[in-house]
Design a protein around this ligand. Structure first.
Ligand SMILES: [Zn+2]
Length: 547
């Protein structure tokens, strides 16, 4: 690659990007890289694709989050690589004019997008390269993954085809972070020139701003102008002797990729930090970029770390003040004055019910939680009917997704307009609400991400009050795995809640109960919609090297 490829007219070199050498020469068929911006990995990957296409007979699918973005990368970044190399350019079939497809020698490279409206590509492939996986649509990616089913088997690992996925991380245990956790987990260690200790510096523990002795996690954009915090003198310290590691970070002889789990052989994983390309990522600039980025984007794009906070997760600390004594008095009072009750039911193999009471300040009190299991002669509808008879809710919303017979039965057996079957949608036509009621059909259509965002915000603002008890522990586990993911789409940010691998039923039962409240008290959710989409920040997807 260094022989036949050129960058700006000069032969391609790994100078200042030495960490890329191991990634480029790694022959493992399945690779995953989590990375920050400004480390040149898209450029590297495009060069590798060009080299593979030239010397083999391959069908390579190069995936980016959208088709438009993918074709732009093909035209603005891939084509110039070919043009700068007389050898590659002579192999390019110039009669193929499409940026979505390049033919080089005996190979074809397809540049495709993985967004919800992507055209599925039906050709079998030998290579699948996924760039910015965390911002791609997971369902569409699944279809691309199946394109490798007929690829040749790797003689060592038995894996089919070449699959490389790399991306900026978003939240922990999602996308490339989840993949990386399942890999051999290589990190680019550094050896302190002074005390010879090998280590992996931590952003939170080993970055130092002279004059600032608070936690680095709390250092924010406002602190950048503080007169006694010497951000320009920020450095990374050795974990053993405390010395400034800069000279060691810059010296390739003091750097080495080390696998944390070398026994894992079916997935090769790399985590790239800004200090792994220190020439382009000086320590003060890592902090200075707090300005102009949200905290989430700063951790993901600048520091290269997965991050979660109240914007994308249910805070578990809310459960530290579950309130049993309040509930006993409330239940006593409620025996005579049951009012403003909403019920939400998630239907599944086991079904889950949440009974809420709307109280002052728009607070929502969870009065009861239960797991419902049907048995011969005892349907879920009959079980839910017991709760309706006892609690007398103004509004009950039942999951109509997998099985609408339960919601149909309950709609027929109860007063008109008090029970609705809920269908999740990607979005609903009403601009100021996440739900649309169809009274005559007993159907409520709800924007899944909008409603879950609202529930997350109500929870994180402590607007939802939980009782004590073992069933709340189950609910807690279900909320903990429910994560919001924001992808940059062509029309702005796209918010999704990917289906977790662990159970999340109570998150949805709670969401249905909140939908019941939205339907009963529509005005509480009008005007100032909660759970609005996060603001679009000026983030460039894909790594690029600042010159
Ligand atoms: Zn040291």
């Amino acid at each position: 690659m260094t022989n036949n490829l050129k960058l700006d007219g000069r032969p391609y070199s790994f100078k200042h990007h030495e960490m890329q050498i191991a990634i480029a020469s790694d022959q493992h068929p399945h690779k995953v890289v989590t990375k920050c911006s400004q480390v040149g990995l898209t450029e590297l990957e495009l060069r590798l694709v060009a080299a593979i296409a030239a010397v083999t007979r391959s069908r390579i699918i190069y995936v980016l989050p959208s088709a438009r973005f993918s074709e732009k990368v093909s035209a603005d970044r891939f084509y110039p690589i070919l043009k700068d190399s007389p050898l590659l350019f002579s192999m390019l079939h110039t009669n193929v004019k499409s940026a979505a497809m390049r033919k080089i020698g005996n190979s074809t490279v397809y540049f495709v997008g993985a967004s919800t409206d992507s055209q599925a590509i039906s050709i079998p492939a030998t290579h699948l390269i996924i760039d910015e996986e965390n911002f791609c649509d997971a369902e569409v990616l699944g279809k691309f993954n199946s394109r490798l089913r007929h690829a040749a088997e790797d003689p060592v690992t038995g894996l089919r085809g070449v699959r490389q996925r790399f991306s900026t991380p978003t939240i922990p245990k999602y996308g490339v972070s989840k993949q990386y956790d399942a890999s051999d987990m290589k990190k680019y260690h550094v050896k302190c020139k002074k005390c010879n200790t090998w280590q992996i510096p931590s952003y939170y523990k080993d970055y130092v701003i002279p004059g600032y002795d608070g936690e680095i996690a709390l250092f924010s954009a406002q602190d950048l102008t503080h007169p006694t915090y010497l951000v320009d003198k920020a450095y990374v310290k050795c974990q053993k002797c405390g010395t400034d590691l800069w000279a060691s970070l810059m010296d390739p002889d003091c750097r080495q990729w080390v696998a944390e789990k070398p026994s894992i052989i079916d997935l090769s994983g790399y985590q790239v930090s800004p200090i792994d390309v220190p020439f382009y990522n000086k320590i003060p600039s890592i902090f200075k970029q707090l300005e102009g980025y949200t905290k989430q984007d700063h951790r993901n794009f600048v520091v290269g770390l997965a991050h979660e906070d109240a914007n994308n997760s249910f805070l578990m600390s809310i459960f530290d003040n579950t309130e049993m004594s309040h509930f006993i008095s409330l239940l006593n009072a409620a025996r005579t004055t049951l009012s403003n009750i909403r019920i939400g039911v998630d239907i599944g193999k086991t079904s889950h019910i949440v009974v809420l009471q709307k109280r002052s300040n728009n607070s929502l009190w969870v009065l009861h939680l239960a797991t419902l299991v049907s048995a011969p002669g005892r349907t879920i509808a009959s079980l839910v009917q017991v709760y309706i008879d006892v609690f007398k809710p103004d509004m009950t919303v039942v999951d109509a997704g997998p099985d609408f017979s339960t919601s149909q039965t309950l709609i027929h057996d109860n007063q008109y307009g008090t029970v609705f079957g809920c269908e999740y949608r990607r979005s609903v036509p009403e601009a100021y609400s996440y739900i649309e009621l169809k009274d005559e059909d007993g159907v409520v259509k709800a924007d899944r991400s909008g409603v879950l965002s609202t529930v997350m915000e109500l929870h994180n603002k402590a607007k939802i009050h939980y009782p004590d008890g073992s069933e709340v522990q189950v609910l807690k586990e279900h909320l903990e795995v429910t994560k919001k993911v924001v992808r940059k789409g062509e029309m702005g940010d796209v918010v999704t809640f990917p289906k977790p691998t662990q159970p999340d039923h109570y998150a949805h039962a709670l969401a249905y109960a909140v939908i019941a409240d939205m339907a009963a008290d529509k005005e509480d959710y009008l005007g100032q919609p909660v759970g609005v989409l996060p603001s679009i920040s000026g983030v460039t997807i894909g790594s690029k090297v600042q010159q």
